[in-house]
Write a protein that binds this ligand. Structure first.
Ligand SMILES: [Fe+2]
Ligand SMILES: [Fe+2]
Length: 273
């Protein structure tokens, strides 16, 4: 890595979002099935918004960044089927926490996601700005809005999108997926193991061979190749936009559903990986 990309990578690693204690707090609180459902409703809606490429790969191509366009398209293509796998895992964890079958058919994505939204409406529905139709908090709406920019094709939004994608893939690979594995599998709160077919989502995303490792490598390569004095400010701005909206997203879920854990955990520096 050149010094320039190293500095951006280090900036993202040092952001509070990258080490957010939300998963430590999950383990400390051992949330109710309803809180788990509400949490996963917000999370699955955010993840859904991050998958489509919209005009982003095309815009890179139009702007003369052919190799970067191909790398982004490979990331987008690899996301097929991740939505149903996430719904199955979320329903399975809700069932495990409840110790009975709240989601009887874990492979009926619509039914599982409907149940998750019901719990979100129950627990988060009175928050200011909560949208009853989508069941999204203001913080989730703002995090999702970052990816709406992929519908634009101009130079500035495209460079902002590169920065946001870099931050997203780094956070996904080093905080989100390891954090989910830690609280859903490793700490033994549920019957979940890496061998359970219902946990396929974690198996596919986690570790050196997981999807997120590939994504991080590809986006680092794409950003490094376009990074220069002229592009740097927009790329950092894009990364920062994702990190700031995502840290607010975690803060809200942490406060509203996990009571921000316990005091000693909130003070310590939490390292998931
Ligand atoms: Fe994915
Ligand atoms: Fe990813």
């Amino acid at each position: 890595m050149t010094k320039r990309i190293e500095e951006i990578v280090e900036y993202i690693r040092s952001h509070r979002c990258y080490k957010h204690p939300v998963f430590k707090h999950w383990v400390a609180v051992n949330p109710s099935p309803e809180a788990i459902g509400a949490f996963f409703h917000q999370l699955q809606c955010f993840c859904t918004a991050t998958r489509p490429g919209w005009n982003f790969p095309k815009a890179l191509e139009i702007l003369g960044m052919q190799m970067e366009s191909e790398l982004l398209q490979e990331i987008v293509d690899s996301e097929v089927d991740h939505g149903p796998a996430l719904a199955t895992m979320a329903g399975f964890i809700v069932n495990c926490a409840a110790k009975h079958s709240i989601c009887p058919n874990l492979y009926d994505r619509t039914a599982v996601e409907g149940k998750l939204k019901d719990y979100s409406d129950q627990l988060l529905g009175s928050l200011p700005g909560y949208d009853p139709e989508t069941g999204l908090t203001v913080q989730t709406q703002k995090a999702i809005a970052v990816f709406e920019r992929r519908k634009q094709k101009d130079y500035e939004p495209t460079l902002l999108n590169l920065g946001s994608a870099l931050a997203l893939e780094m956070v996904s690979n080093n905080h989100l997926i390891p954090g989910e594995k830690y609280c859903l599998i490793d700490r033994g709160l549920y019957e979940a193991t890496m061998e359970h077919p219902e946990m396929r989502y974690i198996v596919e995303h986690w570790g050196a061979l997981g999807a997120e490792q590939q994504h991080e490598e590809k986006i680092c390569k794409a950003v490094a190749s376009v990074l220069n004095e002229e592009t740097e400010a927009l790329i950092i701005e894009g990364a920062n936009g994702l990190l700031e909206s995502l840290v607010s997203f975690w803060d809200l879920l942490d406060t509203a559903l996990l009571q921000s854990g316990y005091k000693s955990a909130a003070r310590e520096t939490v390292k998931i990986v």
